[in-house]
Design a protein. Structure first.
Length: 118
């Protein structure tokens, strides 16, 4: 698929994906959406220290990339919901893999992976 050279030291597709998902707060937003948050306030409240401005910026970027769909529900007051697209939901494997790596190497460990005292 796509003619990737997995043996090459640099892959432009991988680089673009890592830059996109690796932007500050983006991975946490995708994780919140994977866990069922759909409203702006739910996403914001799930992620400590995430500002409204940054959440708005990241949601717009994810929408522009086709990872998030924004749906306006015309009720009073207007309700806006965010959902991952098929492309966005396909990131679940990567999020799980990163979570497993973080649990193994970062939870209760120093920078070298050595256990820290509690």
């Amino acid at each position: 698929m796509g003619g990737y050279d997995y043996d090459a030291a640099f892959c432009p597709h991988y680089h673009r994906a890592a830059e996109l998902v690796g932007r500050r707060w983006t991975g946490a937003i995708i994780r919140a959406l994977l866990h069922g948050a759909t409203h702006f306030s739910q996403i914001r409240d799930t992620i400590p220290d995430l500002t409204d401005k940054m959440l708005t910026t990241r949601l717009r970027e994810l929408e522009a990339e086709g990872i998030v769909d924004r749906t306006v529900i015309p009720e009073s007051p207007v309700c806006i919901e965010y959902h991952l697209t098929t492309k966005g939901r396909d990131l679940e494997r990567a999020v799980r893999a990163l979570n497993e790596w973080a649990d193994h190497w970062l939870a209760g460990a120093d920078r070298d992976g050595n256990p820290t005292s509690a």
